[in-house]
Design a protein around this ligand. Structure first.
Ligand SMILES: Cc1cc2nc3c(=O)[nH]c(=O)nc-3n(C[C@H](O)[C@H](O)[C@H](O)COP(=O)(O)OP(=O)(O)OC[C@H]3O[C@@H](n4cnc5c(N)ncnc54)[C@H](O)[C@@H]3O)c2cc1C
Length: 294
């Protein structure tokens, strides 16, 4: 078995084209589990963990670009303003896993339970892919195709993910059997965007891939409008509208019964997480407005 350790993206892409049997490996926290359990036997490894191009975090105006090889521990330290993403990063595994594991690897695995993925969906993120012949950028929903199925071509690497930073609060929350080292039974990310007057909600672990909840999003934006909460963050959204928002999010889920939880429990979890996430976001906007006024 060959082990390649390139030191630049260009070199890595040449190796990728010449040796499609060599699987990219970043932190190895998904891939090595597969190898150790005998579920995969790659013809070789292509170590992408040292590529400087994949380890960059860049901001240009409102655009945030996160290199595919940036580990969760750095996201927590270096992107505190991206609250939903740092919350998701904090829930991944243990300190050891957060030091090695990357969002590129989360995308590469493409599991519906990947904790970074609902956040990228709620951010409307794009995935930047490169091969020796060029670069292409896909919206997240064209990259994540199904359970552990992605649009990555055999000669491509994931280089980065990028999104426009929203004007408003966001969060990530998940339900599991305990607080740490747990695969989500249901995960949810919500992002408010005051400038665009939009509510975006994405769900993990409750469908074959990450799902958005478009009806709930339109309803949420509408009730904030009716309550006058877009222009005045102190305005209250009625309790029955908050509950209806939770219902609509639960209706967008496509859960199954499995070892981690039943479909009914997952739907219930979505309802609770959604209502809570919207309440947190409205509270955060209210607190920010009061602080600005004081
Ligand atoms: C104990 C433990 C706890 C965990 N807890 C969580 C958790 O709470 N939440 C969660 O979401 N995940 C969890 N995971 C899973 C894992 O840590 C994450 O999915 C992590 O993001 C994987 O990143 P990695 O860099 O280690 O990926 P790797 O294992 O290196 O790679 C994963 C896949 O992506 C591909 N890949 C990686 N980088 C690239 C690239 N640049 N271009 C193309 N393909 C690429 C690889 O070929 C492979 O198919 C846990 C794993 C363990 C072992």
């Amino acid at each position: 078995m060959q082990f390649f350790r390139p030191s630049s993206l260009r070199e890595a892409l040449e190796i990728r084209a010449a040796h499609p049997e060599a699987m990219p490996i970043a932190g190895g926290t998904d891939l090595m589990v597969e190898v150790n359990f005998g579920r995969r036997r790659p013809g070789g490894f292509l170590d992408v963990s040292r590529l400087p191009e994949l380890r960059e975090i860049r901001r240009e105006g409102r655009t945030v670009r996160l290199g595919a090889g940036v580990p969760y521990a750095r996201i927590i330290r270096e992107l505190p303003g991206q609250v939903a993403l740092t919350q998701a990063a904090r829930t991944v595994g243990s300190p050891q896993i957060r030091t090695r594991g990357t969002v590129g690897g989360n995308l590469g695995t493409g599991s519906p339970a990947g904790d970074a993925l609902p956040v990228l969906a709620a951010y409307d993120a794009r995935v930047v892919l490169a091969s020796a012949t060029g670069t292409r950028t896909l919206p997240w929903h064209d990259f994540l195709l199904g359970p552990k199925r992605t649009a990555l071509a055999p000669d491509e690497l994931i280089v980065a993910t990028e999104w426009e930073a929203a004007d408003g609060p966001g969060s990530f929350s998940k339900v599991g059997t305990r607080n740490a080292m747990v695969i989500a039974i249901a995960g949810l990310s919500l992002q408010l965007d005051g400038a665009a007057r939009r509510v975006r909600v994405a769900l993990g672990s409750v469908g074959p891939t990450i799902l958005r909840a478009p009806e709930a999003e339109a309803f949420g934006a509408g009730v904030l409008d009716e309550a006058g909460a877009w222009s005045d963050p102190r305005a209250r959204v009625p309790e029955d509208a908050m509950a209806r928002f939770g219902e609509l999010v639960a209706e967008a889920a496509r859960p199954i019964d499995d070892v981690r939880g039943t479909a009914a429990y997952r739907r219930h979890a979505c309802r609770v997480l959604a209502r809570r996430a919207l309440a947190w976001a409205l509270d955060d906007r209210r607190a920010a407005a009061m602080e600005a006024a004081s």
